[in-house]
Design a protein around this ligand. Structure first.
Ligand code: PXP
Length: 245
């Protein structure tokens, strides 16, 4: 809706690395701080039911320390709705969640679950939280979001990102573009994300109807290699210094 675009940085996979070894590092809170220093407009975290990456402790610290906005991704489930009501992130993104999935695989079926989406959105709105269902770029789902009374949606860009060839990517980009315009025509603000990376982000970022992109995996993966040589050199320096070299 506006001439600019915001970046929400998802720090879940910093926590994935921490949980893989049960250590205290790397800390997603530190990643959030660095992201904010680098220009992130919000920090996205997904508190999954199985707690595979982000922990409640992370949310508690982020709620007290973030200088931008917290965008909490969560399922439509009572325990996590209660956590959101207590911590009051600026934004909640309602996502479908299945234990076996590697990542969020599809959009939320708002049309098929209208009453639950509406009642959760109303509850969260009463806590001052903006609610955005994560949906496929589909006009039927957008009309349902309107009926549920939500003012923001996040469009799933996974099919665009995973398209097998240029023609498929072009078709999926057009679906995202059309859905974003339709949302704007309903007075709904549009965010988008999933699978966006350094190769495919620009055509989506160019869609004027989109206000914000949420990106995680590609940024965490890039950061790993941006820091790899320095990390190895520091370990070698410490080892040599221990021998008086
Ligand atoms: N938006 C939503 C709703 C998501 O579930 C995810 C993945 O956690 C993202 C954006 C970010 O996706 P990616 O890690 O592929 O950038």
């Amino acid at each position: 809706m506006s001439g600019t675009i915001q970046l929400g940085v998802n720090v879940d996979h910093v926590a994935t690395l921490r949980q893989a070894r049960g250590t205290r590092y790397p800390d997603p809170v530190m990643a959030a701080w660095l992201a904010e220093q680098a220009g992130a407009d919000s920090i996205t975290v997904h508190l999954r039911e199985d707690r595979r990456h982000i922990q409640e402790r992370d949310l508690e610290v982020l709620a007290r320390t973030l200088q931008t906005r917290m965008n909490l991704e969560m399922a439509l489930a009572e325990p996590v709705i209660a956590i959101a009501e207590r911590l009051r992130p600026a934004d909640v993104c309602l996502v479908p969640e299945r234990r076996a999935e590697l990542t969020t695989e599809g959009g939320l079926d708002v049309a098929g679950d209208l009453a639950r989406v509406r009642s959760a959105s109303e509850r969260l709105a009463q806590a001052g939280i903006r609610v955005a269902p994560f949906i496929d770029p589909d006009e039927r789902q957008l009309d349902a979001c309107r009926a549920a009374g939500v003012g923001v949606v996040e469009l799933h860009t996974g099919r665009y990102a995973e398209a097998a060839d240029g023609a498929g990517r072009g078709r999926e980009l057009e679906r995202v573009r059309r859905a974003a315009r339709h949302a704007n025509s309903l007075g709904i603000e549009v965010h988008a994300g999933h699978g966006l990376n350094y190769q495919n982000v620009q055509p989506v970022a160019a869609i004027a109807a989109i206000n914000e992109l949420n990106i995680g995996h590609a940024i965490v993966a890039r950061a790993l290699f941006d820091g790899f040589a320095a990390a190895v050199a520091e370990m070698k320096r410490l080892m040599l210094a221990a021998r008086g070299a």
